[in-house]
Design a protein around this ligand. Structure first.
Ligand code: CO8
Length: 260
């Protein structure tokens, strides 16, 4: 596969996807969306790939938002008729059942912050800056920011960020539960790839199941979430990897996974 706006490489069982418009601070235009959908679909379909990392090229930005220059040309009818922003959720978030990490290396603003929050979790460099500055453009978040940011950091902070457009640094983002971990800037990719490799070494079906369960906590009541957890747990107990995982523990050896 060859792409114009992203790069994709496989390192053992980990797919590394890099947003590659550094001159535009990796702003997200229609081509980026089209190519990300293709890259995530390929990752999901490839049984040799068990975790993915999404990052930004250059030293400055993960993504500085949806492409303002592209959007400024569009009329309201275009946004509505194209159901603008909808495929980010329907094609990338919903269809990628395998785990993926956002490695945020700089600005993650507007759609960039929203894209990072679509990941299963975020690892940030010390230089990362998160924000929803859409209000300054006369608009508002459109790719999930008002919902995912609020669920991650709570109403007060999300409201303050959306209403003022201010940026949150990496340390505050970690303290506020927006990111799982902050690492030194020049170690970000190594750390993210190492974490992804660790996830890729787990029983693959159990990884998908764990992701599904944790996501259920955001999308259902506690009672419904507990039922989903129990049912998925029960299904996993019938897997070959459960048998192997438990046997390996008892026999004091590493498990060998079939993914079934
Ligand atoms: N879209 C398009 N181009 C961008 C974007 C963007 N979001 N962000 C930066 N760029 C471009 C700049 O235009 C500039 O290009 P050029 O060299 O051709 O002039 C290049 O990237 C470098 O940027 P700066 O010179 O501005 O770099 P600075 O270091 O001075 O500033 C900032 C960095 C603070 C990140 C600054 O670029 C900035 O504020 N960017 C915009 C951030 C933003 O507002 N993001 C939210 C976008 S909106 C969105 O994501 C949701 C949808 C909202 C709908 C809006 C309808 C109109």
């Amino acid at each position: 596969m060859s792409f114009e706006t992203i790069t994709v490489e496989q390192r053992d069982a980990v797919t590394l996807i890099t947003l590659n418009r550094p001159k535009a601070l990796n702003a997200l235009n229609s081509k980026v969306l089209e190519e990300l959908i293709e890259a995530f679909a390929a990752y999901q379909a490839d049984n040799s790939q068990l975790c993915a990392v999404l990052t930004g090229s250059g030293d400055k930005a993960f993504a500085a938002g949806a492409d303002i220059k592209e959007m400024s040309e569009k009329a309201a009818a275009d946004f509505y008729l194209e159901d603008f922003f909808s495929p980010w959720t329907s094609e990338i978030v919903k269809k990628t059942r395998k785990p993926w990490i956002a490695a945020v290396n700089g600005f993650a603003l507007g759609g960039g912050c929203e894209l990072a929050m679509m990941a299963d979790f975020i690892i940030a460099s010390e230089n990362a800056k998160f924000g929803q500055p859409e209000i300054k453009l006369g608009v508002a978040p459109g790719m999930g920011g008002s919902q995912r940011l609020t669920k991650a950091v709570g109403k007060s902070k999300a409201m303050e960020m959306c209403l003022t457009g201010r940026m949150m640094g990496a340390e505050e983002a970690e303290r506020s539960n927006l990111v799982a971990r902050v690492v030194p800037h020049d170690e970000l990719l190594d750390e993210a790839m190492k974490t992804a490799a660790q996830i890729a070494s787990m029983p693959p079906m159990a990884a998908i199941a764990n992701k599904e369960m944790v996501n259920a906590a955001f999308e259902s009541s506690l009672d419904q979430g507990l039922i989903i957890e129990r049912r998925i747990f029960q299904i996993l107990t019938a897997s070959e990897d459960k048998k192997e995982g438990m046997a390996a523990f008892v026999e004091k050896r590493e498990g060998k996974w079939t993914g079934r």
